[in-house]
Design a protein around this ligand. Structure first.
Ligand code: F6R
Length: 613
């Protein structure tokens, strides 16, 4: 979850570290800190709170160094305070580490170290690792070897950097289950949890894999396994432009990302639709075409918003391709010994490509012989590399913690995949052509919805103080109700629940009174009339209806009579509707949060990339 950055080169490391921490702040923001080596002495500065608190301290200091690292934390062990903030030191105070991940056997190790007379200042698992590395260094007098031996006894996950005044010209890095990328610049190296912290300096990168270490000096780097075997790895190039990391005049990254969706859908579909045959071309799947043709079952897995995409994908694939689909929370799938066969295709959906549970779900599926695919945004991420094949979203970096543009790109890719499989099976050329032509119109339609932002903001103002919201939808809009409620919860801290509309009378109806705003996805489809009955049920209990409706639907008369507010989306076919119907809900959540004055891009307790279980 945490963000880490290390630097060695000729620049002032402090500038690079602070800039890099800003870039990775969205991974965790409850405290931050840096360690540098200045005149052969280790200097560590850390502070609880957002990065700005650390800035205040550092801007009053006069340090200079060419080597160091920084960390921005999302607490796992120990509350966010100055002491628990990273970096953590060994007992000599000469070795410093930053760590992303969880040391699962830290209680046993701590006990062992306490018995040997070592002491601890914080409640963190990371300090246990720092002290452990220090204890081994006393015997080996070799930083790389001490780190390697310590990590060989670790149960858990780590993206780790180590520096020491004992060996002041070196950064030792290692990873297992948490990301770490090595950026190769001109006489300088950057190590980071995230390529966004590297791209300012270089686009040349190496991705160490699990249980690998990287030892970096000013002029060189060595890669080796935790078994002490030196290895070579091919360089990759970061597919990211600096301008993609800017807000471009928007007040928040989230709003910018909502407004980018016309463009990101175009990027997700570019070159992938063949208009005269209604076929889909997904280059990343070429090698597994045969396996896909023979697929008996597809399992879609992910977490949070990506899990909601999977729910939409289930409807799309079953409807277009006629292949049975199951949707699994990655965190459940990986631990419940799922029954899988070699004819099963397991597809991981993930914006970051680093979510620990999703990555492990894929590994479990591989162990059981399934073909694994990734629908991932970040090129070169762990899930992208762990899967047999996949399709990238090409949505550009998503910085707002609440996922928006990645969600619509994920369901667009799932639609392309459904059509790709459908055209292999039972979808006619005519139907294929009709669907690709409708997808082509999406960017324009999305922009029509975005133009309604001011009127959605007015609705948001009216309901910003409501303590509870209900979101209802049926069919393709049921997952959208879940996603709309999640968006509101995470950025405005308002309790919200999403439900399949017909389920309401089995319990949640009891919640409805004149104070309950109910957001109803009432778009044109063949169960519109049934949904209207659900609206009647809410109205009879005096609930306030905010409806999302399709422009020009003759049934809208009912909504006009019953709903307090109607937000219209352009007409499209049922299967494409969710790509449009989520957009007003993203805007509604954004403007309610804006009204409530929350930290929209960095909501409390959350982080962008969940690399712990
Ligand atoms: C919600 C949100 C999270 C993520 C989830 C999975 O807005 O962003 O629920 O969707 O943590 O993350 P990825 O997609 O990176 O695997």
């Amino acid at each position: 979850m945490c963000g880490i950055i290390g630097y060695i080169g000729n620049r002032n490391a402090i500038d690079v570290l602070m800039h890099g921490l800003k870039r990775v702040e969205y991974r965790g923001y409850d405290s931050a800190g840096i360690s540098i080596i200045e005149n052969n002495k280790l200097v560590t500065i850390k502070k609880s709170g957002k990065l700005t608190e650390l800035y205040k301290v550092i801007s009053h200091s006069n340090h200079f160094s060419n080597i160091g690292f920084g960390h921005t934390r999302w607490a796992t062990h120990g509350e966010p305070n100055d002491i628990n903030a990273h970096p953590h030191l060994d007992n000599s105070g000469k070795i410093s580490i930053v760590h992303n991940g969880i040391i699962e056997n830290c209680a046993i190790l701590k006990d062992l170290l306490l018995k040997q007379g070592y002491t601890f200042k914080s409640e963190t698992d990371t300090e246990v690792l720092a002290v452990y590395i220090g204890s081994i260094y006393e015997k080996t007098k070799d930083l790389t070897e001490a780190t390697r031996l310590a990590l060989s006894n670790i149960v858990g996950t780590f993206g780790l950097l180590v520096i020491s005044e004992y060996e002041p010209d070196k950064i030792v890095g290692a990873r297992r289950g948490s990301p770490l990328v090595l950026g190769i610049g001109q006489n300088e190296y950057i190590l980071a949890s995230d390529q966004t912290a590297i791209v300012d300096y270089t686009k040349r990168v190496i991705y160490p894999d699990d249980d690998e270490m990287v030892i970096v000096t000013k002029d060189n780097y060595i890669l080796k396994t935790l078994d002490n075997i030196e290895i070579n790895k091919k360089e990759s190039t970061i597919d990211l432009e600096l301008k993609q990391l800017e807000k471009k005049g928007f007040e928040h990254f989230m709003l910018k990302e909502i407004f980018e969706q016309g463009e990101t859908i175009e990027n997700a579909t570019r070159g992938r639709m063949i208009f005269d045959t209604g076929n889909i071309k997904l280059g990343g799947l070429t090698e597994v075409t045969d396996k896909l043709r023979k697929a008996r079952r597809i399992i879609l897995t992910g977490c949070g918003t990506s899990w909601h995409s999977a729910l939409v994908g289930e409807y799309m694939i079953e409807s277009l391709a006629g292949i049975p689909v199951e949707v699994e929370y990655a965190s459940e799938f990986r631990y419940r010994n799922p029954i899988l066969s070699e004819e099963d295709i397991v597809i991981a959906i993930s914006q970051s490509g680093e979510t620990a549970d999703t990555l492990e779900a894929i590994r479990e599926a591989k162990r059981k012989g399934c073909t694994t695919l990734g629908i991932v945004n970040i090129v070169g991420s762990s899930i992208a590399r762990a899967t047999d094949a996949g399709v990238y979203l090409h949505a550009g970096p998503e910085i707002g913690v609440a996922s928006t543009k990645a969600f619509t790109s994920q369901i667009t890719i799932l639609l392309l995949l459904a059509l790709y499989l459908g055209r292999m099976n039972n979808i006619s050329q005519m139907d294929g052509i009709r669907i690709v032509n409708e997808i082509k119109l999406l960017p324009k339609k999305i922009n029509t919805i975005l133009q309604q932002a001011p009127s959605i903001q007015k609705i948001a103002k009216q309901y910003a103080n409501s303590p509870n919201f209900l979101y209802l939808g049926r069919g393709y809009n049921y997952p959208i109700a879940l996603e709309g409620a999640l968006k509101l919860k995470e950025i405005s801290y308002v309790h919200a629940e999403g439900y399949p509309a017909a389920e309401m009378k089995h319990g949640p109806l009891a919640l409805i009174d004149e104070n309950m705003p109910v957001v109803v996805l009432a778009t044109k489809d063949d169960i519109f009339d049934k949904l209207c009955s659900n609206i009647e049920e809410v109205k009879a209990r005096k609930g306030k209806i905010i409806a999302i409706a399709t422009e020009g639907n003759t049934g809208n008369k009912v909504l006009e009579d019953k709903a307090e507010h109607i937000i219209y989306i352009p007409e499209t076919s049922n299967i494409i509707t969710p790509i449009l119907s989520i957009i007003p809900l993203q805007l509604l959540a954004y403007y309610i949060a804006l009204e409530r004055g929350t930290e929209i891009d960095t909501p409390r307790h959350l982080a962008k990339s969940v690399t712990v279980e």
